[in-house]
Design a binder for this molecule. Structure first.
Ligand code: C2E
Ligand code: CA
Ligand code: CA
Ligand code: CA
Length: 274
């Protein structure tokens, strides 16, 4: 499978070595960007593994930065988490995504949430307010969280996931396969979905260790009543190795890149009039 993505390159930004100064500069630019409304939200389709039809989309923040050029979210999100700017940024993404997707009935929407947001005592209320304000139905919303925070505060995480569930919102474990999630944790947290990280997907070869691991994880998740999404699917060989053990949903460049809402909704097959 030939990689045509940007995944391998540009994950490492040399400027990071310049440390503090760089972070302060970005912090200032984020503050300005928030004031000037410079952030965009893009959407990447998630398809049903069995039928190939689009059932959902993941919202991904974009920052074109007119003067200095686009900066990857992996880079500025970490800084925004350290400075607390993740709170206005996260709210911006959730609000924009709900405003956009309320116009596409039938599609589920998945939004990334930083541990700092999930930890914030006001977060749940903020989510409820944004849903109310936008009219977006909670049962079409999914929040994606990574495991870092879960291990630090398991009881609180379990309670939060339960409360979101009670509101109709599902919570997915993101970046599965990159950390230390134990089977025990998976079972007790109450996730509705796990998302297999693209680093595992990109290593899939028929019969190799990665494919055994992924197949095992899929079986396990199903046994625990969770659905499985694989991200970073770039070619048909990977899709087949994921479909065979029963991966429920697939996401990756093979099915579509992240697009602006305008482009995303235009790329959707026409729906029959209600
Ligand atoms: P993630 O949540 O694991 O998102 C998947 C990343 O893989 C996205 O990168 C997506 O564009 C990219 N991707 C999708 N399909 C493929 C593929 O087939 N091949 C390859 N090589 N890559 C693929 P992106 O958009 O640069 O985002 C990077 C990370 O930044 C995300 O990783 C997430 O952790 C974070 N992020 C993005 N938007 C938000 C946001 O609104 N809030 C928060 N808290 N984090 C965000
Ligand atoms: Ca994600
Ligand atoms: Ca990932
Ligand atoms: Ca990530």
């Amino acid at each position: 499978c030939k990689s045509n993505g940007k995944g391998e390159i540009a994950l490492y930004d040399k400027a990071f070595d310049e440390g503090r100064l760089h972070r302060m500069l970005i912090e200032e630019q984020i503050a300005r960007g928030l004031v000037n409304d410079e952030f965009d939200v893009f959407y990447q389709p998630v398809v049903d593994g069995a039928t190939g039809s689009i059932v959902a989309a993941e919202a991904l923040i974009r920052w074109p930065r007119r003067r200095e050029g686009q900066l990857d979210p992996d880079q500025f999100i970490a800084i925004a988490e350290a400075t607390g700017q993740i709170h206005p940024l996260g709210a911006l993404v959730l609000r924009r995504a709900c405003q956009d997707f309320v116009q596409l009935p039938g599609l589920r929407l998945s939004v990334n949430v930083s541990p700092a947001q999930f930890r914030d005592p006001g977060f749940e209320r903020q989510v409820a307010e944004i849903l109310q304000e936008t009219g977006f139905p909670p049962d079409r919303l999914q929040l994606e969280i990574t495991e870092g925070y879960l291990l630090a505060q398991p009881e609180r995480a379990i309670r939060m996931i339960g409360e979101f569930k009670a509101m109709g919102i599902s919570v997915a474990l993101d970046d599965f396969g990159t950390g230390f999630t134990s089977i025990h944790y998976l079972q007790s947290y109450g996730f509705s979905h796990i998302k297999i990280d693209k680093s595992l997907v990109s290593g899939l070869q028929p019969g190799n260790k990665a494919s055994l691991l992924v197949a095992g994880a899929i079986l396990l998740a199903k046994g625990l009543d969770m659905e499985v999404i694989a991200e970073g699917v770039e070619c048909v060989e990977q899709a087949d190795l994921l479909r065979k053990p029963g991966c429920d949903y697939l996401q990756g460049y093979m099915f579509g890149r992240p697009l602006s809402f305008g482009d995303f909704s235009q790329s959707m097959p026409a729906r029959p009039a209600p």
